[in-house]
Ligand binder design. Structure first.
Ligand code: GAL
Length: 947
């Protein structure tokens, strides 16, 4: 059985074997001249099989990666290189409008939000880009990309609605122009463009759905901004906006998440998840464009209180790739983008309420940028196979009901519909020198057969146990796969490496750059160097008789250049260092890299921690005169009819991110017994209430609860005295806006209802604050969402250079506080890590084992952590699941002083402390990447008008 599959797989690759030449069937009723609008450029074109770039067919094999989830521009090239090392040719990226227009009418894309460095890094790595700027993106970000101030914009979103459409204009024009400048027509990497995102789901009364007038509006916005590359649509396989329909895009595409997003049962795949109708439906929807996946499941998101990404990795791991990706290849997908390939981090409040800080996504590249998941290796083998198989691009799936189109019904050409078919090939070709290399691999113990037409005589130059013979003019090899390698030299010039899968993981195909030092993304014909190494190989260059390799090593590693080394190799540099090497009669060069790490980081308990109270608002005499009066008797938000005398919703007053605080002033009459409050902050939010400096109670929240109702008993109040109720509400970001008509994004944040017994609601006058100066946010470097309304944040005390010397000495977050409140801890931390080492670091919260102790998991408290001013984690002790918070180099200064800060909010009467907190070294990798410049940073300065 395996041998048959082996043959069919090679045919699939278009490789010359005995059964080749049978050709591919043609699609019934296929139009010869596909419908196309008049092209605005002639560099990127397409037919029913694939796109072309400069006339060459290109497989757009792509990974989704969001630069805004990695706010270190110096690391973008790292991600691109790791994606290129997979064999991919492209990256798809969303743009998050909410981060670029924090105040309506002010668009800014500078520093960590600038796109030019992202485009440059893509070009440098040889990666083509698919741009997806929305304006709606979903993407598990706050508002699905819609800025919070849209809550004040009337009417239905993502529908013809001038108020909404006008609100998108500045963004669409500004980002459209930025992307337009980076199109391939201007020498940039952008070759495809997706307007809107999954625009098809509506409430019943929204008619038509989706609305082509709105879609046309979006398309025109970006055309007017100068976008000329093909438009591609991300649809649900119903043909919306396919060529020939209203508001048609150029290329029709779909998305699919066959395993869904519940990581609770990772060992059970849903029944019928494996689509068998893909090709038929595509031909019905869009016979003139390539079969395209704009998003195919690459992992899963995970909610507050969820299972954690390790368990998602079990669900959507390498086995999933083996079965489901191959099923897509069987449909000849040639635009194939995997969501996510690098997930990153929901730092600085950018996430939606349904997710926590990590957006690891169980993607092939970990949140901390490591590539040691088996899922990465498997993805690499598969991508290398199809990318190295030019005939794949014009292949047509076999007759859809009859999978056999060979002369023998025992051969199947629609391959790999189940995990049993572990046998796979990947064909690696290089044209430097005169060698062609084929690497084949399978599972250990499997029997394989491989036939090469006109292969000539075979010699086993390494290993044993390969039977060789001739059949119908072809050289036929037979073997049982084992962990020991065999190498066969065929008379036709082909060298065949026979491996087991785990060994194949160590092989890297490195494209050589052109004379300008650039890598060609398409690369069907590019020269390559094929290297057996270990953890990661990034680059190879050749000049004369010198070969330069750049890679990363997590152990002492033997390197073998199995193909592509100059024949009389004189110098072999690894990461810039000349290494001793040997070269054998077949040109294979061997060397090794030794690995002697000497890495240490300070323990957090050794730091000189300082403490300041971050809830001075409850202190007698606190002055809130600079706070905004909550004086709007109507809300701008048309999703809600407020029942409070004045609006107590953050967005009505421009407070769109992070913690909200309210102060309600009233004169007691002695009849107060309790207070009822309905607060809303999004999933897993919490709220706490004080009267004067007396703690009244908290809504501690739980995973899915977006909203909390509680009645709190009040202490005896003195009739005739003035009191202040202080309410703290943890705003968790805005909801997404997936279903048109629901306007979910407008779900308000703040106090929805209150009742103070013995009083009319209007007896209370309210003040509100969130982040300092709301939409005129202070920190232009870290953007509009990074800081919320905590006192310490309003003062900028999370920023490097905060005046901690004047604060009290403290044991830090593990010392904690003994009553409900909000504590703020800061400390300086020196790092002195050696250059040339990639040392991913994370903060790890260690839970107590003693139930009901202040640190135990039953205890309700929140922590927000900051590194050099970037909010890089929201930990909720009683909700979870995240306990480890990676922070990248570039936010960390690995060679200097860092400022770290923790806000600790106890939602329990007797306080809270973090039971254990560690700075953890997650990996030690000798890296060829080079220096990583710090993300742009601004320091603390005394803030004008801060309160
Ligand atoms: C898709 C959507 C993406 C993302 C994904 C789930 O449907 O287009 O933006 O939300 O689901 O991670």
């Amino acid at each position: 059985m395996h041998s048959l599959r082996a043959l069919s797989t090679i045919l699939f690759a278009g490789f010359a074997v005995q059964t080749a030449g049978l050709g591919f069937i043609s699609k019934p009723g296929m139009q010869v001249k596909p419908y196309k609008r008049e092209l605005l450029q002639d560099i990127v074109t397409w037919d029913e099989h694939s796109i072309f770039v400069h006339g060459e067919r290109v497989l757009f094999y792509s990974g989704e990666f969001h630069p805004f989830r990695l706010p270190v521009p110096g690391l973008w090239l790292d991600v691109f290189q790791k994606i290129r090392a997979l064999g991919y040719t492209g990256v798809s990226f969303y743009v998050d409008w909410a981060l670029l227009e924090g105040k309506p009418g002010s668009f800014s894309a500078e520093g960590i939000f600038a796109f030019e460095p992202f485009f440059e890094a893509a070009s440098k790595a040889g990666i083509y880009l698919l741009a997806r700027p929305g304006p709606y993106i979903n993407a598990e970000v706050s508002g699905g990309g819609f800025p919070g101030w849209l809550q004040r914009v009337p009417g239905i979103f993502r529908n013809p609605n001038p108020a909404f459409e006008n609100a998108t204009d500045l963004y669409a024009k500004s980002i459209g122009e930025i992307i337009a400048r980076a199109q391939i027509t201007n020498g940039g990497p952008v070759i495809l463009f997706q307007p809107e995102n999954e625009y098809y789901d509506c409430l019943d009364w929204v008619d038509p759905c989706p609305n082509p007038i709105y879609m046309q509006y979006v398309e025109d916005q970006f055309r007017d901004a100068g976008i000329v590359v093909p438009y591609i649509v991300n649809d649900n396989n119903e043909g919306n906006f396919a060529p020939g329909t209203k508001a048609a895009t150029d290329i029709y595409g779909i998305d699919n998440y066959p395993l869904g997003f519940d990581c609770g049962s990772p060992y059970t795949w849903p029944a019928n998840a494996l689509a068998t109708y893909l090709t038929e439906t595509h031909l019905e929807n869009s016979p003139t464009t390539p079969f395209s996946y704009i998003e195919f499941q690459g992992g899963s998101f995970d909610p507050w209180g969820g299972w954690g990404f390790q368990q998602c990795l079990e669900l959507v791991g390498y086995q999933f790739e083996r079965v489901f990706y191959k099923n897509n290849f069987a449909s000849a997908v040639t635009i194939f983008s995997i969501y996510m390939t690098y997930g990153g981090t929901n730092w600085g409040n950018l996430g939606h309420p349904g997710g926590y800080t990590s957006y690891d996504y169980a993607a092939v590249i970990k949140e901390n940028l490591m590539v040691d998941r088996e899922k990465y290796s498997e993805a690499k083998l598969e991508a290398n196979f199809v990318v190295a198989s030019p005939a794949y691009l014009t292949s047509v799936p076999a007759n859809l009901s009859n999978t056999s189109y060979t002369t023998t019904s025992r051969l199947s050409v629609t391959p790999l519909l189940d995990d049993e078919s572990d046998t796979k090939f990947y064909v690696l070709r290089q044209s430097y020198g005169s060698k062609t290399i084929l690497i084949v691999y399978g599972g250990e113990g499997e029997q394989h057969e491989l036939a090469v037409s006109n292969g000539g005589e075979g010699t086993l130059s390494e290993g044993d146990g390969v039977q060789m013979g001739k059949r119908n003019g072809a050289t036929v090899l037979n073997w049982s796969t084992s962990s020991s390698r065999r190498v066969v030299q065929l008379g036709c010039g082909l060298t065949i490496y026979i491996l087991d899968r785990n060994s194949a993981y160590n092989y890297w195909v490195l494209k050589l750059p052109n004379e300008n030092g650039l890598y060609a993304p398409s690369g069907q014909e590019a020269s390559t160097v094929i290297v057996k190494a270990g953890y990661l190989m990034r680059n190879a260059t050749i000049s004369g008789d010198t070969l330069n390799l750049v890679g990363d090593f997590n152990a002492t590693t033997d390197i073998e250049v199995v193909g592509g080394a100059p024949n009389n190799l004189a110098t072999l540099n690894v990461n810039g260092q000349a290494s001793e090497f040997t070269q054998d009669e077949y040109g294979v060069a061997s060397t090794s890299v030794s690995f002697n790490p000497d890495i240490s980081v300070p323990s957090l308990s050794s730091l000189d921690w300082k403490y300041i109270d971050s809830l001075p608002e409850i202190k007698p005499g606190y002055d809130d005169s600079l706070w905004r009066n909550a004086d709007l008797t109507q809300s701008y938000n048309d999703k809600i009819n407020i029942t409070t005398p004045v609006s107590l919703l953050g967005a009505d007053y421009g407070f769109l991110t992070g913690t909200l605080l309210f102060r309600g002033h009233f004169t007691a009459n002695g009849n107060e017994e309790d207070i009822f409050l309905e607060t809303q902050g999004g999933s897993a939010f919490g709220s706490s209430v004080w009267i004067g400096d007396t703690y009244v109670g908290s809504w501690a929240g739980y995973d899915a609860a977006a909203n909390g109702n509680d009645t709190y008993t009040l202490p005896n109040l003195q009739s005739g005295s003035e009191y202040v109720i202080t309410v703290v509400v943890d705003q968790q970001g805005m909801d997404e806006n997936y279903v048109v008509g629901e306007n979910e994004m407008k779900s308000p944040r703040g106090i929805l209802r209150y009742r103070l017994s013995g009083h009319a609601a209007s007896d209370v006058t309210w003040k509100i604050t969130g982040n300092l100066h709301g939409e005129d946010y202070e920190d232009k470097t870290r953007g509009p969402l990074n800081e919320g309304g905590l006192y310490a944040e309003r003062q900028g005390y999370h920023l490097p250079g905060a005046p901690i010397d004047s604060w009290s000495s403290s044991g830090g977050p593990t010392e904690g506080i003994d009553s409900a409140g909000i504590a703020f801890y800061g400390a300086e931390l020196e790092l002195d890590l050696p250059s040339g080492w990639d040392v991913p670091l994370s903060f790890t919260f260690v839970n107590s084992t003693s139930a009901n102790a202040p640190g135990s998991s039953a205890y309700a408290y929140h922590v927000q952590l900051y590194v050099n001013g970037f909010q890089y984690g929201k930990y909720k002790n009683h909700i979870g699941p995240q306990t480890s918070f990676p922070v990248p180099q570039g936010i960390w200064d690995y060679h200097g002083t860092n400022y770290i800060a923790f806000a600790l909010w106890s939602l329990e009467a007797d306080g809270a402390k973090v039971e254990g907190l560690e700075l953890t070294v997650n990996g030690t990798i000798l890296s060829g990447y080079g220096d990583i410049p710090m993300a742009p940073m601004s320091n603390w300065e005394q803030r004008q008008g801060a309160y």
